[in-house]
Design a protein around this ligand. Structure first.
Ligand code: ASP
Length: 316
């Protein structure tokens, strides 16, 4: 039997133990545990990597603590616009959505795009129209509301600042107010197929229809059975310019690096030079998994069929 594995993240950034209450820490760890279990159960039953990453992401999107689906951050206009992507490493098929509203699970819509549209990337109203056509579950604005994200947005809505939901650029108080989010999952199934998925509300106070790296195939999300499946989190702009996820693929394909070496090169060398704070999770088709970040912390977890399991938040 082929070794199978799954890794997940719930966002990376200035996550420090001293800023966390024991209750909040427990809630995050439970959220990660639940998401990991959902994806792993799919793999254990012989399900596909695509279905496993989807299952994990749905659990994280439904959890108010994470900045994806329910609990997404607010835009400059005070609404929630979400982005998501999924990619199947078996045939390089992919589906992405950006700037969507009221879709309960953006990853479901991205999967619909991958499987049932002739396209890869849909945005805004058109993507919402497609959601209605495909019968993807919608929810009213109130469903997505969370007081802490709202308060976070209120702090900066009158400024030109925008912030990761964890690392703020501009307002001191928010530096102390660590709220984290974007979610991702990568998996290798029993057949040695791999997949990646990412879902996010993006950055607090984003405007002009700003889209980050998460839904961009090659930047925040990428999967190819020959190399790796990667999901990124962090400051989207440098991740886009670094074409971060695909860069890991290239280092493996053209330079023969291992997954760990390639991820380390991109996260700790290339992105650091570009001031790209964040991290990524990855798997290869042999079932190896890695979780690497250059920020203070990253909500993360991995589990494989040889009995290894890690759940972590901080650097050490
Ligand atoms: N990368 C996401 C974005 O820029 C944010 C995050 O990972 O927290 O939209």
């Amino acid at each position: 039997m082929h070794k199978f594995s799954i890794a997940i993240h719930g966002g990376a950034g200035t996550i420090l133990k001293q800023d966390m209450t024991p209750e909040l820490e427990k809630a995050y760890l439970t959220g990660l545990e639940d998401a990991l279990a959902a994806g792993y159960a799919v793999l254990e039953e012989g399900g596909s990597a695509v279905n496993a990453v989807k299952a994990s992401i749905v659990v994280l999107e439904d959890n108010l603590l994470f900045n994806a689906g329910r609990g997404s951050v607010f835009t400059k206009k005070g609404v929630q616009e979400m982005d998501a992507a999924i990619m199947d490493g078996k045939d390089l098929s992919a589906g992405s959505v950006a700037g969507i509203r009221n879709v309960r699970n953006p990853i479901e819509l991205a999967t619909e795009v991958m499987l049932n549209s002739n396209h890869v990337f849909l945005s805004g109203k058109g993507a919402n129209d497609f959601a209605i056509k495909q019968g993807v579950k919608l929810e009213p604005d109130e469903y997505f509301f969370s007081q802490f994200r709202y308060d976070q947005w209120k702090e900066i809505r009158d400024s030109d600042n925008y912030s990761l939901d964890h690392t703020h650029m501009g307002v001191e108080e928010l530096m102390k107010d660590k709220k984290f989010g974007t979610v991702g999952a990568v998996a290798c199934d029993v057949d040695g197929n791999i997949a990646a998925a990412t879902s996010t509300g993006g950055m607090t106070n984003k405007k002009y229809g700003r889209i980050g790296d998460s839904p961009l195939i090659g930047a925040g999300t990428y999967a190819n059975n020959n190399t790796c499946a990667i999901s990124c989190t962090g400051h989207g702009e440098p991740f886009i310019c670094a074409v971060a996820a695909h860069d890991v693929n290239c280092l493996m394909e053209y330079k023969g690096m291992t997954l760990q070496q390639a991820m380390n090169e991109v996260v700790n060398i290339k992105l650091v030079k570009m001031e790209g704070e964040g991290g990524m999770i990855g798997v290869d088709a042999q079932g190896n998994a890695a979780m690497i970040f250059n920020s203070a912390g990253m909500y993360r977890g991995m589990k494989n069929s040889t009995g290894e399991k890690i759940i972590g938040i901080y650097k050490d």
